[in-house]
Design a protein around this ligand. Structure first.
Ligand SMILES: [Zn+2]
Length: 496
């Protein structure tokens, strides 16, 4: 067998992958729940898909932590077999198969030397939610992704599923379990009025090398409960709650004896950015947020601030913001919460007043605050020479408050912020971008440049030394002009 070649840096990452692999090779024979017959459906009606030997691709790994601190390694599976909930038509099923991702999680046990595996399957609703392995994992689902995330035990007992739609977890999905004697196992969700019952037909698709065709095996249908959850944490699950594998009373729980397989508890999938209904319920704001590549923007900033591994989610809502020194509510407020998550509030008055670009700008501005906080939590020191030999210096210079952030934005991050906003305008509001270019050709004869987009951000830097310097510079009159243009010339519309 070929040895995996993992990229340096991170001798430790390589060592850890090697450790997980060695543990898996030594233990994979015992990673089965007690035998309940070879059928994929037992008399308990629990969904158990046919077992197949798992072949992790050791070169493709995500390394992260659950909110409770447990360490997780998520590898892609090389296996060609894939199970999907059938859409009813062969062509549709094949498309779903091609966009689905099938991974294996190894959850490191907090005290024992073991890595309890789970299988995770991502079923995107449509082609635009198709992702490469590197762009999605169980604790990093971007706000554009819609589909179902299903968890199975290592030996393919259905565990739990989550229905996700563009930055919101809509529902959990549980398969009906009937106990001995036909009694149905009732979980708390099943009693909930917000649950609906659906029938899912599971199929197995694989490539048959003899016939050179995709072959489909139909498995018997299951009834599953789809139960609404709300909020980023899943209202129903309790704060920081984990989902435990509880296959009803018909199934003996794994005892936890050393060496036996214990499906680990899991938290909710983590959405990088959770968009609250105060925004999604408004057609125009929802349209704007749809166009913003927020996760990408966060990634590009995080690349810079070296906060990439940190995946505490951000909730975006429309509401009351704190008042500034001038007594007026600020455009936006970002807060670090005690549970490690962040909340961004955008001024609710913005809805009527701001152009779409202004709205985008304010969200970007607040997201940068969040990334700076993450960097500070990280120790504030990054190996990048530009991330000025370090944020600490800024912190000491200006104190740990808004001014330090704004100084840092103004002095360091401005080019990145301006570039991203310009890119957004060009790519997602192409008609307006074109028209605007024509209208301001008297000011920007060669076309609107990144200076315009940086200027839009300058207003938020008031109170910093950088802003004072800016105010006294020859650039300031252009800034005042551009702010006017933002108000007068840019539309509030948002067309898809
Ligand atoms: Zn700010």
């Amino acid at each position: 067998m070929q040895e995996p070649e993992l990229p340096q840096p991170g001798q430790t990452a390589l060592d850890q992958t090697t450790q997980v692999r060695a543990w898996f090779e030594a233990n994979k024979g015992s990673l089965r729940l007690p035998e309940r017959g070879s059928n994929f459906r037992t008399e308990s009606q629990e969904l158990i898909l046919p077992f197949f030997e798992k072949e992790p691709d050791w070169d493709q790994v995500h390394h992260y932590f659950f909110p409770d601190g447990r360490e997780v390694f998520e590898f892609n599976l090389e296996n060609k077999e894939i199970f999907i909930p059938s859409l009813g038509e062969q062509q549709q099923d094949e498309l779903l198969m091609r966009r689905s991702i099938q991974n294996i999680l190894f959850v490191k046990h907090p005290t024992e030397a073991r890595y309890d595996p789970l299988i995770v399957r991502y079923y995107p609703d449509a082609e635009n939610s198709k992702r490469d392995f590197k762009d999605i994992n169980y604790q990093m689902i971007d706000e554009k992704w819609s589909g179902t995330v299903d968890l199975f035990t290592y030996d393919e007992h259905f565990f739990i599923g989550f229905e996700i739609e563009k930055g919101r977890i809509l529902a959990t999905r549980k398969v009906e379990v009937t106990g001995e004697g036909g009694r149905r196992g009732m979980g708390p969700e099943q009693l909930d009025i917000r649950c609906s019952v659906t029938t899912t037909d599971w199929i197995q698709i694989y490539f048959n090398y003899e016939t050179k065709r995709l072959e489909t095996i139909t498995l018997s249908p299951t009834r599953s409960y789809s139960c609404a959850v709300g909020g980023p944490q899943g209202e129903g699950s309790g704060a920081g709650g984990n989902y435990a594998y509880l296959p009803g009373d018909s199934f003996p729980r794994a005892g936890g004896a050393l060496g036996s397989y214990n499906p680990p508890d899991v938290p909710l999938p983590m959405l990088r950015i959770y968009i609250d209904s105060s925004i999604t319920d408004d057609p125009r704001l929802s349209c704007i947020v749809d166009k913003l590549a927020l996760s990408e923007f966060v990634s590009s900033i995080a690349e810079f601030t070296k906060t990439k591994g940190q995946n505490s989610p951000v909730t975006l809502i429309l509401g009351e913001t704190t008042k500034g020194i001038d007594g007026k509510p600020s455009n936006g407020t970002s807060t670090g919460n005690s549970d490690g998550t962040f909340t961004i509030v955008i001024n609710k008055d913005a809805k009527a007043l701001w152009s779409s670009l202004a709205f985008a700008k304010s969200i970007f501005h607040e997201l940068v605050h969040v990334e700076i906080w993450r960097a500070l939590e990280n120790g504030g020191i990054t190996p990048l020479p530009h991330f000025p030999a370090n944020l600490d210096a800024f912190d000491k210079l200006y104190g740990s408050n808004e001014n330090a952030h704004h100084s840092y934005m103004a002095e360091v991050l401005m080019p990145t912020m301006g570039r991203e906003l310009m890119l957004l305008h060009q790519t997602h509001f192409p008609d307006e971008f074109k028209r605007f270019n024509a209208e301001v050709s008297w000011a920007y004869s060669k076309g609107v440049s990144v200076d315009f987009y940086e200027n839009l951000f300058w207003g938020g830097m008031e109170g910093t030394k950088a802003y004072e310097n800016f105010k006294n510079s020859s650039k300031f009159p252009n800034y005042q002009r551009d702010i006017r243009d933002l108000k007068d010339l840019l539309t509030k519309g948002c067309t898809s």
